[in-house]
Design a protein around this ligand. Structure first.
Ligand SMILES: C[S@@+](CC[C@H](N)C(=O)[O-])C[C@H]1O[C@@H](n2cnc3c(N)ncnc32)[C@H](O)[C@@H]1O
Length: 171
């Protein structure tokens, strides 16, 4: 393979991401499947100080997307998964929120409680303590709320982590 082809290949598939900080949660071994606003404990995104300047004006938003590298996911990722609450239903990994995926990226929406220096205090996160933080983006009401969104294959009778009765805070 020529140097040029090698370079081209790397530019579409060989890149690396760097963490911008660490996620601190009370969960040392097991995290919930879904973070909730009233989960007890302290949840913090601790940015490496060099990125603190990037937090300007973030505090004007109520919610953020927390994008994380699920570092304990392991290398295996089945393309078909059956979430433990799905009563045996099998779906594609991309139709699921399984943490085992080709790129083990976690996406969690949380409310900002306060920002202090390079730290963001949030409501409950479904992430293990020490998870590497990849990115933060504001959750923008006019851009992100989809009034026609549905629950796909996740039927009401399934005891999913998003079952309404469990999350009184989001009503
Ligand atoms: C189902 S995932 C959902 C995460 C996120 N809300 C999403 O949709 O991408 C949440 C689960 O990820 C797992 N998890 C959390 N942090 C992890 C980490 N650092 N490495 C591997 N798995 C992790 C825990 O088992 C947790 O219950």
């Amino acid at each position: 393979m020529s140097q040029k082809t090698k370079k081209k290949k790397r530019s579409v598939s060989g890149w690396r991401l760097k963490s911008i900080g660490w996620i601190r949660t009370p969960y040392k071994e097991k995290a919930p499947r879904h973070g909730r606003e009233n989960d007890p404990g302290i949840f913090r995104l601790v940015l490496d100080p060099e990125y603190a300047g990037g937090l300007d004006h973030l505090g004007q938003f109520k919610y953020i997307y927390v994008i994380a590298y699920l570092h304990q996911s392991g290398k295996k990722y089945p393309l078909k998964v059956s979430p433990p609450w799905a009563r045996g239903k099998v779906v594609g990994v991309f139709a699921s929120r399984s943490p085992q995926r080709p790129n083990p990226i976690g996406l969690t929406i949380a409310r900002i409680k306060k920002i202090r220096g390079n730290e963001i205090f949030t409501t409950g996160l479904d992430l293990l303590d020490g998870t590497p933080l990849l990115d933060i983006k504001p959750y923008i009401k006019d851009a992100d709320v989809k009034s026609k969104a549905n629950n796909g294959w996740i039927r009401r009778n399934l005891n999913s982590p998003w079952s309404k009765q469990k999350d009184k805070s989001s009503r």
